[in-house]
Write a protein that binds this ligand. Structure first.
Ligand code: ADP
Ligand code: MG
Ligand code: MG
Ligand code: MG
Ligand code: MG
Ligand code: MG
Length: 701
């Protein structure tokens, strides 16, 4: 999360009264940005990652692993360290390479980003892992004793009925009113407890998260969770669990912290202009669930093995502030809209104005704020973008700071960001902040964070190259967005990466170049592939010119969009099948279309090979590994229960894998070098090109 505003947050009833004020001014701010910056062109490709860590305290005498609530102290330390490096003229680290550390929702969480975004060069891709390792190393070396940072998507014993936090607190906080999580777990900055409290107040009840339990041999059927304190009588909402919020056969959770307390890996790309940002956004939308399945790393919640492998539905339900009327459980009376999804969910519409973005693809219900839509259309905003913004603006602002109500709408985007940054979707279209040099950006938000920086770098490099391939080959990934949502659900199922099929577009190439499909772009056939792409580039005169006339023509034909897509396995989508090149084929084609030295190519291929192998099932996901680890633990009773000791052993094992002192051939290639063996990366490893001079974005999340 970005910089935090200081001030006095309005209580929910007051905030609600200002909702229209925020939206009206927010739209005005958006229009000011759009009109002053829509013609901004030629921005360089810049991009950056965000990696989130959980800080864990290990106690070897009691064999416990707990989340450590020392975020403020740790961040102060880390910021002092980075300041010292910047101010130390003898430091071997160039100041632009000094990473930055940010707070996150959980008081046990730390987020790190590169100090400045990476630039486009392929060589720079080789610095990503080094940069990530530097951040992890700085963190590791500046934690209190017995603390470790782990890039874990969900913490197995978060919310169990024995101590899982250090220091320990009873769950009796006003903000969450949770039966399981104390408010002390929340980042103490007033924005965060207010978010939690106002989501609960707006909804009119606590959030209700129900994850299906994994039925093992001895799991009781039906599964009724006896550890829930059904009879607590501290807050009015305490009775919700008993009255049906806690579903049988599910793991029940009742607080924002269960979702926002998960970690993830996010990537932000700057496009050269606004249209390119639309294209990247649209093309990455169908990729989001695929990458969620491929990075799945979260099979355990509140001490139980679940039947899902990924965090998405948990976090989605954890901030679901919709009322019963909005959810369709009661007739609309006080509220304006039926809203099919939580504010944390997959995107509902594509953005491009190209004829490629056919109306048939935008087949999700799209409730819109009519006044906002009208204002946008009257101001001349193109329909897809107006739809998108008006859809975001059906939400109320949740946290409003009294001191920030009055703003100069030509200079601030705070009211716009208030709505935008609390629509947590698979993709985020990020307009430039006013009065900055930053361009139009797209954020890719579905991936789960991986245990090692080798993996986090591999996934980042893969998505960066895929994005470049999409743009240079003018690829078409459109499919009905309702099918993307079907994939979102499939992607979270147990072992989805190996067991599920996903909808994907069959022909990814511009229409008149159909014959390019003939080639599968895997390595033994590199030559024909390279040639075909060279021809293709010349023919379609790419690099800039989009949407061929034949394609516009095609849009007049009545194409059955269902016939354009197929159901494919993860292996097929990534590695290709028959005439379908696979996302990896596209990435390789792009790589080979560039003039890159062999050494750089080899290094990049190390990452790509890993992604290929993960997709083919040669390497299992961390979710599968975790499930296997727990199910074969000597203390496990085949009853889906994860004990404190099992959690401790799991954390120790995970840490040892990351450090490279425990090898797991099912997870990582033999060439993996753990952080123990690879000491502090030297500056020589960081390319000099890192200093792109771009200013980092510093706005609220
Ligand atoms: P948020 O939490 O709002 O998504 P952060 O500031 O935490 O944003 O992270 C944004 C990421 O975007 C970082 O990796 C940063 O390096 C990167 N970034 C910053 N400026 C740009 C830019 N102009 N273009 C692309 N990426 C950028
Ligand atoms: Mg974050
Ligand atoms: Mg961030
Ligand atoms: Mg942020
Ligand atoms: Mg308390
Ligand atoms: Mg982000």
């Amino acid at each position: 999360m970005g910089l935090l505003s200081l001030g006095t947050p309005l209580d929910w009833t007051d905030a609600k009264a200002f909702a229209d004020f925020i939206r009206t001014n927010g739209v005005e701010q958006f229009l000011n940005i759009y009109y002053s910056l829509k013609d901004r062109k030629g921005e360089p490709l810049l991009w950056g990652d965000e990696v989130e860590y959980m800080v864990i305290l290990l106690d070897n005498s009691t064999k416990t692993a707990k989340l450590s609530l020392r975020q403020s102290e740790i961040l102060d330390n880390l910021n002092n360290v980075t300041d010292d490096i910047v101010n130390d003229s003898n430091s071997s680290i160039v100041s632009s390479q000094v990473p930055t550390f940010h707070p996150e929702f959980g008081r046990y969480m730390i987020e790190s980003t590169p100090g400045v975004p990476y630039s486009a060069g392929l060589k720079e891709l080789l610095t990503v892992e080094v940069n990530m390792r530097l951040r992890r190393n700085i963190t590791k070396h500046h934690l209190p004793p017995n603390h470790i940072p782990i890039t874990l998507t969900s913490f197995p014993t978060l919310g169990v009925n024995y101590p899982f936090l250090d220091p320990h607190y009873e769950p009796n906080g006003e903000a969450s009113q949770s039966l399981f999580l104390p408010d002390e777990l929340i980042n103490p900055h007033v924005r965060f407890p207010t978010l939690a409290a106002n989501i609960r107040k707006r909804r009119g009840a606590k959030v209700a998260i129900n994850v299906p339990i994994f039925f093992d041999e001895n799991t009781p059927r039906p599964f009724i969770d006896k550890t829930i304190p059904y009879d607590r009588d501290l807050f009015p909402g305490d009775k919700e669990a008993k009255e049906g919020a806690a579903k049988p056969d599910h793991i029940y959770m009742d607080a924002m912290g269960f979702g926002m307390g998960c970690s993830c890996l996010q990537l932000t790309f700057q496009a050269c202009n606004v249209n390119e940002a639309f294209n990247v956004y649209d093309a990455l939308a169908p990729v989001a669930p695929i990458m969620l399945a491929l990075t799945a790393a979260a099979p355990i919640y509140r001490g139980y093995l679940s039947d899902v492998d990924a965090r998405w539905n948990v976090i989605s339900a954890a901030v679901d502030d919709r009322t019963k009327e909005e959810r369709g459980e009661e007739p609309l009376k006080n509220d304006k809209y039926r809203i099919p999804k939580s504010r944390y969910d997959s995107i509902d519409s594509y953005l491009s104005t190209s004829p490629r973005n056919r109306p048939e693809y935008n087949d999700n219900p799209l409730p819109m704020n009519k006044e906002v839509h009208k204002a946008l259309i009257e101001a001349g905003i193109e329909l897809p973008l107006a739809n998108h913004i008006a859809h975001l603006f059906i939400r109320d602002p949740i946290v409003i700071f009294n001191e920030l109500l009055k703003q100069d709408n030509t200079k601030s985007s705070d009211h716009f960001e208030n709505i935008q940054s609390t629509n947590w979707q698979t993709l985020r279209f990020k307009p430039p902040p006013p009065q900055s040099k930053i361009g139009w950006r797209v954020e890719f938000r579905s991936m789960e964070v991986q245990l090692t920086d080798f993996e986090n770098a591999a996934f980042s490099v893969f998505i960066v190259l895929l994005t470049r391939a999409i743009l240079s080959f003018d690829l078409n990934f459109y499919m009905p967005i309702s099918k993307v949502d079907v994939n979102m659900q499939r992607s979270q199922k147990r072992d989805a990466s190996r067991q599920e099929k996903f909808f994907f577009r069959k022909n990814l190439f511009p229409k008149r170049d159909r014959d390019i499909e003939k080639y599968r772009f895997d390595s033994p056939r590199m030559e024909p592939m390279k040639k075909s792409f060279d021809n293709f580039k010349e023919e379609s005169n790419m690099n800039g010119k989009r949407t061929t006339s034949s394609e516009s023509l095609a849009s007049n034909y009545n194409i059955n969009v269902e016939e354009e897509i197929d159901e494919m396995s993860m292996d097929e989508i990534i590695n290709g099948k028959d005439t379908f090149p696979g996302l990896m084929g596209l990435v390789y084609a792009y790589l080979h279309s560039l003039n890159v030295d062999i050494e750089t190519k080899c290094q990049i291929k190390k990452y790509l090979q890993f992604i290929k192998d993960r997709a083919s099932g040669k390497y299992i996901t961390f979710a599968t590994w975790t499930r296997n680890f727990m199910r074969s633990h000597p203390d496990y009773k085949q009853d889906s229960v994860i004990t404190s000791k099992m959690n401790y052993d799991f954390i120790i094992a995970a840490d040892e894998i990351e450090r490279g002192i425990r090898t797991e051939p099912s997870l990582l290639p033999p060439s993996y070098i753990g952080s123990d063996k690879l000491k502090e990366p030297s500056v020589m490893d960081l390319s000099q090109g890192v200093s792109s001079g771009a200013e980092p974005d510093k706005r609220p999340t």
